[in-house]
Design a binder for this molecule. Sequence first.
Ligand SMILES: [Zn+2]
Length: 879
Amino acid sequence: MKDGLTGKSIFRKDYEPYPWDVKQLHLFFDIGRETTTVRAEMQFHLKDGFKPSQAIVLNGKDLELLSVSLNDRPLGEGDFVVNGEALLIPDAPPISVLKTEVRIHPANNSALEGLYVSGEFLLTQCEAQGFRKITWFPDRPDVMTAYCVTMQADRSEFPVLLSNGNRVAAGELPGGRHWVRWEDPFRKPSYLFALVAGDLAMVEDHFKTRSGRDVVLRIYVEAENLDRCDHAMQSLVHAMRWDEDRFNLEYDLDIYHIVATNDFNMGAMENKSLNIFNSKYVLARPDTATDADYQGIEGVIGHEYFHNWTGNRVTCRDWFELTLKEGLTVFRDEEFSADMQSRAVNRIRVIRDLRSRQFPEDDGPMSHPIRPDHYVEINNFYTATVYQKGAAIIRMVHTLLGESGFQKGMKLYFERHDGQAVTCDDFMAAMADANGVNLDRFGRWYSQSGTPQVHVSDRYDAATRKYTLTLQQKTPPTHEQADKQALVIPFAVGLLTGAGGELPTQLETGTDVLEGTRLLVMEDEMQEYTFVNVPEKPVPSLFRDYSAPVRIFYDYSPAQLATLITHDSDAFVRWDAAQRMAVSAILELCKRSVNGLEMTLDAALLKAFQGMLADRAADPALLAEAMNLPEEDYLAEQMEVVDVDGIHAARKFIQRGLAGNLMVHFAQRYAELNDGQAYQKSSAAMARRALKNTCLGYLVETGLGESMAVAQLASSDNMTDTLAALKGLLQMDSPQAATALAEFESRWKADALVMDKWFSIQAVQPGPNTLNRVKELMQHPAFSIQNPNKVRSLIGVFAMLNPTGFHAADGSGYAFHADRVIELDGLNPQIAARMAAAFNRWKRYDEGRKSLMKSQLQRIAAVEGLSGDVSEIVNNALR
Ligand SMILES: [Zn+2]
């Protein structure tokens, strides 16, 4: 519940169980685009342990109430109370049948929550609290019930009528109308309800589960997209097989439906047996989708499918527990992608994402533990913290217990809680009990916000051949939580000789000698580990596989970093060493230019790049990751006061310097990889394209680049190569860029997803001209401010990924963006709030920019009737 501008917080500690068991819910929809009527019949049984004469409380929002009856007695005014989003019937009998009828208006629903229109069809989005925009109901995840849904509609306009579960009956009605009934045998919370009605085409496949059940798989899309569903279908089959093999979890219904829509606030939604997807995560053909799109589709299809167990069969008690289903399911989809593709490359992408999106959140005005203690608008808590950090914390549990211990815990979790709405504590208890360990102290990760810092120092004694690592952990205070406790931190470590050989390790306190990685567990604020029989001062390889989501501080010398980049056995450590070297070189240049000194190219970095370019043994995708310079927003996070232009200039100088000095090497590697072979979808082919296009990204900084990019554009048979070449021409400001953009536009103007890319590559261009270009593009026929994908790809990309544009010193970027936030708030508060978050880091900039951003935040905060969504974000930022 929220009350206008101020927004009232809801607290986790205030949880109270719902007094009623809802035995059944019958829904009757009379479907129309402009007006839909919804009749609901609910059976309420008072739960044991509650005193009689309880009130029944339902939630509803923007509903036109036509009638209410209780046990077949119509209720009039005075029999019930409507207060904000609550409808309360006092003193209800212990067994009550409640019937309501409401009218709603899908075509006017621009917030894309509840029932709304997308192109030729109607669909629903209910998580977190969209169901209350469909009908009056106790709209909270701990109220689970059996759904029976009957829909009737005009047959020609709405030939397809879908809901959750099994289709049990259907028939014709007079006047060209028809009806369909769906029953879901699994009790579920309202946020998992879904309905789709309209004119959709479909592809079908089958899956045989390990126990022999035949499952019909269908993907529904608009007819022109039928040839873009193959990859999504394959990904679904792989996900179903993988969940059986790795987690011993089998699908539980006879049908599994996916529906793709262009109008969606999120990525996708795991409604029981009727997933609804942003079309970005379904549709792919080599000429329209990049390798990253293909990988994204596989990951998101997996994610939503895996929710069937971790989310649907066992759900959350309340929304504070969101990470129970999301952290766990993200961990599962990360493991799925890692098993399907290159584990190392997947891991690095996950870590890069965590550091660039979640760390700033942990350090900003919206910091919160993965299980928050309070919120104003739950939609604002679908965050990188709940999802990505939540997954990192599950990964630590996996690291501590090992695969078989973790699976034992999962098994017990399902034995105990199948069909229930539970908490993170229940999950941790299952993990602990199944393994006979105590995880109470580890549980602090659930209640503490902020990114822990681990400072590592070392000393070597040649006489005793002892090497000691001292670790100190400290979590800086966050805006909502001053005091921090020591956390349990898994610390995976290896020791290398200066020449790069891996040393066996033996602790002073133990007798075992380990070849390779040793897992230590830090529990206190400070801990020392002494290794014996160490023949020389080693190079420490710290936090292998990023064994904990922490900031690691160790004073590496350039020579040590070079050893790790070339020789370490752990992909994360190799990548991280290359990133560290690049970060320190770029930040050093920033300092030099502030002090009026000339910029010079870091010799160690140059040598490291030369080594990587010559490495024919390493996975090309891994090399591409290591040679991609840290992004400007990540670099900004490493500075006390962000120097927007300095970072951009220094990064560009290094990119150019590396390109110029190593041009021959880049060109040679590019030529080897650009072998003219036809497109393939394999992981190996994707890895080769990744490195090839990384090389091209450097080569366009040299005299060779333009002709290479033009040739690649002309011969490309896939979107990855096309987009990389086009970006290259834009990056070098080539005279050919305008023509290439125009040709791309004329070829793809009718294709919503491809046009998103066209918007993005223009919005991300650095420099003062981009803001005007973005304004022009908002008038383009393919753009619509009502469509979240368009908003994200043009306005979102400009604000979040174009620092020199957004942070232009005159404040023009800020003013433009604040106008968009205000405009969007009237249409779609969820998306408006996401966009408003671009101002969250305002306090980290220079005085001029700070005051410009602050005044825009104040301007937004002062808007009359501002949504709770945006109000929570901007008021937190201003606090
Ligand atoms: Zn999810």
